[in-house]
Design a protein around this ligand. Structure first.
Ligand SMILES: [Zn+2]
Ligand SMILES: [Zn+2]
Length: 105
């Protein structure tokens, strides 16, 4: 049993000393209650915000012209926006093509 699994077992048994509504409880105990999930979502949003602030302070810390920079760093420069929207379009067309294969008209 992994460490998280054994902690998770303690959580299920009610013997875990954890506080809900914390991202660390989600990570460490593998808790998926509403409060812990919300904490993880908020942490992810805060991380993204912190990253985009670091990016604004110094745009050279990431490489541009990448969809991942657009998504993970919230970069909205011309290069990243173009690549991202191109990838979205490509994905959309591919999905359409896939659907056509599954359901021939
Ligand atoms: Zn929880
Ligand atoms: Zn960029």
């Amino acid at each position: 049993m992994t460490r998280v699994a054994s902690r998770h077992q303690a959580l299920l048994n009610g013997t875990a000393l954890c506080v809900h509504g914390r991202a660390s409880t989600y990570d460490v105990y593998g808790c998926r209650c509403d409060d812990c999930r919300r904490a993880v979502r908020e942490r992810a949003a805060a991380d993204r915000l912190a990253r985009s602030e670091r990016l604004r302070a110094d745009p050279s810390i990431v490489s541009h012209g990448r969809s991942s920079t657009y998504i993970n760093w919230g970069c909205r420069c011309v290069e990243c926006t173009e690549v991202h929207s191109l990838q979205c379009r490509t994905y959309f067309h591919k999905r359409k093509a896939d659907l056509k294969e599954v359901q021939p008209q």
